[in-house]
Write a protein that binds this ligand. Structure first.
Ligand code: JFZ
Length: 426
């Protein structure tokens, strides 16, 4: 008993982590997997012959086609992810070079992808599927050394009679938002933070109606898991940032570097939730270029997969992620732990920075095989391809602009990364 008391006293006496301490892993890891998975995956973009147009979000099908709650609930009841394999999903994230993973624990449709004691409208109690994806993915992430986070739609709930619908003109005369917050939203956040081990990030979505309500959600996270990060969408859109970092719009990008930490979520095609109609898959090069642009501007990249209802990940997603992973195996050093580059976009590509190194990401090979590095005033001490570090490249300057002579031998010219060692930080 004395030991327990001492441990408890020690834990309570431990100072709360500073925001910089909490942000450390996020600023280093840069690249994560987003997973949108729920009953909308079972609709797969179609309801009674109506098709969700490619380019719009299939996870919004309930709102788009005004599906009656009873109808939607019946489809949810039929969800049986017999092919769900948490270890395989996490292994794919790891092989892609992703360092954190965020699963939709509850999206706007109100359905919980975990055993909720707060609402029976969940995969285990409602669909009678006796496995808990949040528990399995949390455990698989912990085992694989990947940080686990949950997406939670804390304002919108299209199933609860008092949750926000998909518009902002919420009619308070007909609904009781406080009741929804107290009966479902806050208690579900509490159970997610109390029963699934370390949660490294709560990815709230679509904001909250008042700063006071926003703070209540932040307080719950800090009370239960003080090290857990909170994204920017915990608070009202356009209001002062109350989370730990700023969220860009979906697939969005800031023009220049931002002072705050920030993250861009992006789809692998054009929808977060699975749609059998959306085959506009991004290529590995598009993903790599997007990642380099985001990281080179100082942000994080949260790339989404939308598994099918049975737990199968669409094969084009898998192929792209594996190709990106092969690139990260060789070039991950130019992504992890980097900071925003002071160099603007160049005709041949973009750059990232780490300490006294600049990493030149060659998206398009210059015809004359010469990289001109506009805006770099440092002295370049050495240059080499990350794919062949022992291959020292010829250096020169022209009008004050450093030049790097690219090797003639067949380097993989797709997205080669050239490391420059400088006389100091750029
Ligand atoms: C939200 C969700 O509605 C959507 O289903 C998906 O989960 C996505 C990741 O997040 O969609 C948004 C949220 C914010 C903006 C745009 C779409 N925004 O800030 O412009």
């Amino acid at each position: 008993l004395l030991l327990c008391l001492a441990a408890s006293a020690a834990a309570q006496s431990k100072p709360a982590p500073t925001q910089d301490q909490r942000m450390e892993w996020f600023r280093h890891d840069k690249f994560g997997m987003f997973i949108h998975w729920g009953p909308y995956s079972a609709f797969a973009g179609e309801y009674k012959g109506q098709k969700v147009p490619v380019g719009t979000e299939a996870e919004w099908i309930m709102q788009r086609f005004n599906i009656p709650v009873a109808d939607y609930r019946e489809t949810a009841r039929g969800m049986k992810p017999v092919k769900f394999d948490a270890e395989a999903w996490v292994a794919l994230a790891k092989a892609t070079g992703m360092k954190y993973l965020v699963l939709t624990a509850k999206h706007h449709d109100g359905f919980a992808m975990y055993r909720s004691t707060v609402s029976k409208y969940n995969l285990l109690d409602w669909a009678k599927f006796d496995r808990d994806p949040v528990q399995e993915l949390s455990a698989a992430c912990q085992k694989a050394g990947i940080r686990f986070g949950v997406y939670y739609s804390h304002r919108e709930d299209w199933d609860h009679p008092d949750g926000f619908g998909n518009n902002w003109d919420y009619d308070r005369t007909k609904k009781n938002f406080e009741r929804y917050l107290d009966e479902k939203s806050k208690p579900q956040l509490r159970e997610l933070l109390s029963r699934y081990g370390p949660i490294h990030l709560v990815w709230f979505d679509r904001g909250m109606d008042t700063p006071q309500h926003t703070q209540q959600f932040i307080d719950i996270v800090h009370e239960l898991q003080p090290n857990c990060l909170i994204n920017g969408r915990v608070g009202d859109y356009g209001a002062d940032l109350m989370g730990d970092y700023q969220n860009m719009n979906d697939n969005g990008m800031p023009n220049g570097g931002l002072q705050e930490d920030w993250e861009t979520p992006q789809t692998m095609n054009t929808t977060w939730g699975y749609s059998k109609f959306d085959q506009q898959w991004k290529t590995p090069g598009e993903v790599i270029h997007r990642m380099v642009e985001i990281v080179g501007k100082g942000g994080n990249y949260l790339l989404n997969i939308g598994p099918m209802a049975d737990g199968t990940i669409p094969s084009p997603s898998v192929a792209t992620l594996k190709a990106v992973g092969a690139w990260m195996q060789i070039n991950g050093e130019s992504i992890y732990g980097t900071v925003a580059s002071p160099l603007t976009a160049q005709p041949w590509g973009r750059s990232t920075v780490k300490g006294n190194k600049v990493f030149l990401h060659v998206f398009s090979w210059p015809a004359d095989g010469i990289l001109r590095v506009q805006g770099l005033t440092n002295t370049v001490k050495a240059a080499y391809p990350l794919a062949a570090p022992s291959q020292k490249l010829a250096l020169s300057r022209e009008g004050g602009v450093p030049l790097v002579k690219l090797p003639a031998e067949p380097l993989d010219q797709n997205d080669t990364v050239i490391a420059l060692e400088l006389d100091g930080a750029p």
